[in-house]
Design a protein around this ligand. Structure first.
Ligand code: CMP
Length: 143
């Protein structure tokens, strides 16, 4: 089992696509074990996107990610990190394949709907940024 941190970004929230995105994850068999809406602060943005802080697009990314609420989702499932990233498609919505979330709902590199952890190390770090351990629920699947 793996856990992954997913962020439904401001464009996803503002376009009322929260339900659509969550239902795709649920339909795939991924389990939502944590869920919250919050406003990302510049400080949280700098921690979350630490690897991008020095990049030329960072300020624009921070302005975007702090512009409206996000929904943080903790997902659990077999190979969840890779499965979710496959479901998202390429970073740039214009290049993402049809059938992927970004391919179907985004035409932008920055406003690309959803963020997902890219490795076990980043999942652990990012889950810690958004959830306290007691906010993650452990429950069995009824299939
Ligand atoms: P995400 O998966 O959240 O990881 C980093 C984010 O930075 C990425 O999605 C995009 O929203 C954004 N991003 C990546 N590359 C660029 C770029 N060249 N210009 C603007 N935004 C970018």
């Amino acid at each position: 089992m793996q856990r992954s941190l997913i962020l439904l970004k401001p464009d996803c929230v503002q376009r009322r696509l929260i339900g659509e995105v969550l239902s795709r994850f649920e339909a795939k068999g991924l389990q939502i074990i944590g869920l919250k809406m919050l406003q990302v602060t510049p400080e949280l943005s700098r921690k979350h996107y630490a690897e991008h802080v020095e990049k030329p697009f960072y300020q624009s990314l921070e302005d975007f990610i702090t512009s409206a609420p996000v929904v943080a989702v903790a997902l659990e499932g077999l190979e969840a990190i890779g499965v979710v990233r496959e479901m998202l498609g390429a970073t740039n919505g214009l290049k993402a394949a049809p059938g992927t979330l970004r391919g179907d709902f985004s035409s932008s590199r920055q406003m690309n709907l959803v963020h997902a952890s890219d490795s076990e190390a980043s999942a652990e770090r990012e889950l810690d940024l958004y959830f306290r351990s007691e906010e993650l629920c452990d429950y069995s699947l009824c299939l």
